[in-house]
Design a protein around this ligand. Structure first.
Ligand code: AGP
Length: 614
């Protein structure tokens, strides 16, 4: 949460910072700000409540000179989202300015100490403590800015990625991180800093991912140097970015979310590339190959995740237990990390995360590591923290997902987990050759089937229009369709602000059935398979209470069609891939309803794409 950028070089920093902030706006959009520095001048700070566009309107007409700059787009943790609390924050004398992503947990104690020493605070943020602390250390000890940053960070508890500039040291940018991400782009005599690589990719493909408790000192004349907060020299490890610039544009779609829904056939193909071949009868995940034997022999798999990724974990529980016969436990990372769980050496912990930066997932992984578990990551963002702290892992290869609502990241997580379960099942001998081959073919056919399904979009839009004013909605499914019901409900509430609940269809009569009346839309997954007859009974229970029924059915279904108000057909498929296919209509329904309700689809209120605070 919160996006930070920085630039030092020969160019004007302001346009680079603004473009970078727009790319990072998915991380938070309560307020935005920049600070600009030109040697010999004072630092200029502009900040504003609202989005990056509001900041640019505010700045319009003011001086934006400066070849050094830092910027921030905020998701408020401490203090209201207003102009004063917006970043950057400056020291009392205005000479030091910084931006911060994370939370300073001991800010209250530090603030008290600094106030007692006469420092005057302007904002309610935890961040402001950092800049006063750096100023305090510097003025008291007479040390350099870098040393003051280092000493200050040694006093701080919590998470931070910071970028600091000072008018007394006008040819330097200092950056540091702990638990919040920070990437440094290495150009020709110029450097870019950002929370992720998206603001950097159009300038350079050479990047350094700063590690926890490292400080980067970037000097206009002497280049990049990295030290630890313990003052040890570190050699920068330069990596090459794989990301393409076009992947970050809307490409003619009205919203990123719609683009990302439509990208799913392609994204899934990318997920399969080099990993699955149904004709030759093999599946192989290179990233975890060396650990597969250990996973196959593990006593238990624990899957940790948050939000949509947690829904993918629930589907994986069915996949792994059914196909590989390994016991699985699925946990919310935020609960797992705080409940003193029993983790044994022979447990494998799989973390699922689109961003690879979710604070709770990361902390849960670290805890599992300390207790000796093997860690596997299923991550989308290449080079993200989770991909680096795990022992091994596989990227979903969905490409950058900009819309806050997760779409293609989710379906590629499902295909990756399905491949993993098949591979483990084959290795353990818990799946027959016939079934293995059948399911490989089912997976491989998915991109084509999703293309077909997307052809129903205008029909789905029509159905969505009927329910756009609903105040509540129920989503029902059984088996692997239950997590998809949860995901459908989450998608609707997060972007259209309609209250929605997902339930296992049979659980409905243990409570939620009391809510059903003629105003309640009930979305149900009623595709052919083992649970079909049971779901049909649940549908009858809904109809008996006059609920409005929107059913996802297998193409050609007539039984449910007679009972439902609307049916959305998915191509005939094995139940194994139904969760992936059934997700698509729910994504489209949420999208269309949100657009019809004039909601900000790509940046829903109060949310951020990367939840880097707990
Ligand atoms: C889903 O649409 C949300 N964006 C959210 O629930 C998300 O899945 C969750 O925050 C987890 O994020 P991660 O996959 O990046 O760890």
């Amino acid at each position: 949460m919160c996006g930070i950028v920085g630039y030092i070089g020969d160019k004007r920093a302001y346009p680079i910072l603004i473009k970078g902030l727009s790319r990072l706006e998915y991380r938070g959009y309560d307020s935005a700000g920049v600070a600009l520095l030109e040697p010999g001048e004072d630092i200029k700070v502009y900040k504003r409540q609202g989005k990056v566009i509001d900041l640019t309107e505010f700045v319009n007409g003011s001086s934006t000179s400066g070849t050094i700059g830092i910027g921030h787009t905020r998701w408020a943790t401490h203090g209201l989202p207003n102009d004063v609390n917006a970043h950057p924050h400056s020291s009392g004398d205005g000479k030091i300015t910084l931006v911060h992503n994370g939370i300073i947990e001991n800010y209250a104690i530090l603030k008290k100490e600094l106030v007692n020493r006469g420092r005057v605070f302007k904002s309610e943020t935890d961040t402001e403590v950092l800049v006063h602390l750096i100023e305090d250390v510097k003025s008291k000890s007479g040390v350099s800015l870098v040393e003051a940053v280092r000493i200050a960070l040694n006093r701080v508890h919590g998470a931070y990625a910071i970028v600091v500039i000072s008018s007394d040291d006008p040819n330097k940018i200092i950056a540091a991180k702990k638990s919040s991400p920070l990437v440094i782009g290495m150009g020709e005599d110029e450097y870019y800093l950002a929370s992720d690589a998206t603001p950097i990719v159009e300038y350079t493909k050479n990047v350094v991912y700063l590690e926890d408790e490292q400080i980067a000192i970037i000097d206009r004349h002497n280049g990049l140097r990295i030290i630890s907060i313990g003052n040890q020299e570190v050699s920068p490890y330069v990596q090459e970015l794989e990301m393409q610039l076009e992947e970050l544009e809307k490409g003619g779609y009205e919203h990123f979310m719609l683009k990302e829904i439509y990208e799913q056939p392609h994204a899934i193909k990318d997920s399969f590339r080099g990993r699955l071949n149904a004709k030759e009868g093999w599946v192989s995940l290179g990233g975890i190959k060396d650990y597969e034997e250990q996973i196959a022999k593990s006593d238990r798999i624990i899957i940790i995740a948050c939000g949509t990724s947690w829904h993918a974990a629930l589907v994986a529980e069915y996949y792994f237990e059914d196909l590989a016969r390994i016991p699985v436990e699925v946990e919310y990372a935020s609960e797992f990390r705080y409940r003193n769980p029993i983790i044994r050496k022979n447990d494998v912990v799989i973390a699922i995360s689109q961003s690879g930066e979710t604070a709770d997932t990361l902390a849960a992984l670290k805890m599992a590591k300390e207790q000796g578990a093997t860690l596997i990551g299923i991550v989308n963002v290449v080079g993200s923290t989770i991909s680096r702290v795990t022992d091994a892992g596989s990227y979903t290869h969905a490409g950058p997902e900009i819309g806050v609502a997760s779409t293609k990241a989710f379906t590629t997580q499902l295909v990756l987990l399905a491949m993993m379960a098949l591979s483990l099942g084959k290795r353990r001998g818990t799946i027959t050759d016939e079934k293995f081959s059948l399911l490989l073919n089912e997976l491989e056919a998915l991109p084509m089937k999703i293309e077909k399904l997307l052809e129903s979009d205008s029909y789905i839009k029509g159905v969505s229009a009927i329910y756009k004013d609903a105040r509540n909605a129920l989503y029902l499914g059984r088996g692997t369709s239950f997590p998809i019901a949860l995901e459908g409900a989450l998608k609707l509430k997060e972007i259209s602000y309609i209250h929605a609940e997902g339930y296992p269809a049979a659980e409905m009569k243990h409570g939620p059935i009391a809510l059903i009346d003629e105003n309640m839309p009930v979305f149900v997954i009623a595709t052919q398979g083992e649970n079909y007859v049971k779901v049909v009974s649940n549908i009858q229970e809904v109809k008996a209470r006059k609920g409005k029924l929107i059913a996802i059915v297998t193409k050609g279904d007539t039984t449910v069609r007679e009972m439902a108000d609307h049916v959305i057909e998915i191509p005939m498929s094995h139940e194994f891939v139904v969760p992936i296919l059934a997700t698509i209509p729910f994504q489209l329904i949420s999208y269309h309803i949100a657009v019809m309700r004039n909601c900000n689809v790509d940046q829903p209120r109060n949310l951020a794409k990367s939840v880097t605070v707990e």
